[in-house]
Write a protein that binds this ligand. Structure first.
Ligand code: PAF
Length: 254
């Protein structure tokens, strides 16, 4: 049975008194609405650690658009079932006040890569991500933490933060899990209409094609996507698009 912990001090007590110091803790932070992509992170974490901790916290400080925050899917019952199936030991499920006793006056800010790609059109997004991830890592104190490569920029920034602040944790990237159609798994896919679900895989197909970015943009627009950005850097091609109100991101190695 997964033990659900809403109170951070309760977790700190368990961690101090019940988890032996020779047991490794593996950590998968999430915002819930769990899917097969999360499952693969949790399974890898289960294989590589003695104790598996997952967190579910829809972190308001990383949403630059309040409607996006309000509409973020929540599937708590389903999530708990998946955590049970994956043999997770602890779920950390805190509320805003317990995560932000400072009212978000203290922030972690990266001032270079976080301003590019997704950061260019989502001001403050990565400040919120880095801040909450540092808080969660400080709370959970894992040996390893797992992040999906669908959010490659997020993974790189978190890895950089942990190195910059000498945080004693290994950040493990995990390959993007895709639907059979090629569409990268994402909690936001749940917000797509039936028609949009059919169109969405075109994004990945074009991203990994040999076409140049201009041609890809034209083809995406023809297929009714609104392109937020397309870019190539460090041997990867990155993109973010809107289908209706839903923002999808993806990236491929070039
Ligand atoms: O990738 C996510 O789900 C979130 O950005 C994370 C890492 C859990 C921080 O809120």
């Amino acid at each position: 049975m997964v033990e659900v912990i809403k109170n951070i001090s309760e977790w700190l007590k368990i961690q101090k008194e019940e988890i032996k110091s020779d047991k490794s803790i593996g950590f998968v932070p999430t915002m819930g609405a769990l899917h097969q992509g999360h499952k693969s992170l949790i399974e890898k974490c289960r294989k590589e650690n003695d104790i598996v901790v997952v967190s579910i916290f829809v972190n308001p400080t990383q949403f630059n658009d309040s409607n996006d925050f309000k509409n973020y899917p929540t599937t708590y019952e389903h999530d708990i079932k998946m955590l049970e199936e994956c043999n997770v030991d602890y779920l950390i499920f805190p509320n805003f006040d317990s995560m932000y006793p400072d009212g978000y006056h203290y922030k972690v800010i990266e001032d270079d890569f976080s301003k590019k790609l997704c950061g260019a059109t989502r001001p403050g997004h990565f400040d919120g991500v880095l801040t909450v991830v540092m808080k969660l890592i400080n709370i959970v104190k894992p040996a390893r933490a797992y992040f999906g490569e669908k959010d490659f920029q997020q993974y790189k920034l978190i890895d950089g933060m942990c190195k910059a602040f000498f945080m004693d944790v290994e950040i493990i990237p995990c390959e993007t899990v895709r639907e059979q159609s090629g569409l990268a798994m994402s909690s936001r896919n749940k917000l797509l209409s039936e028609d949009e679900i059919k169109i969405a895989p075109i994004f990945y197909k074009l991203l990994k094609s040999d076409l140049d970015l201009n041609k890809i943009k034209i083809k995406l627009e023809e297929a009714s996507f609104k392109v937020d950005y397309l870019d190539e850097t460090d041997g990867r091609r990155f993109g973010a698009v809107f289908l209706g109100n839903v923002r999808l991101i993806d990236n491929v190695k070039k």
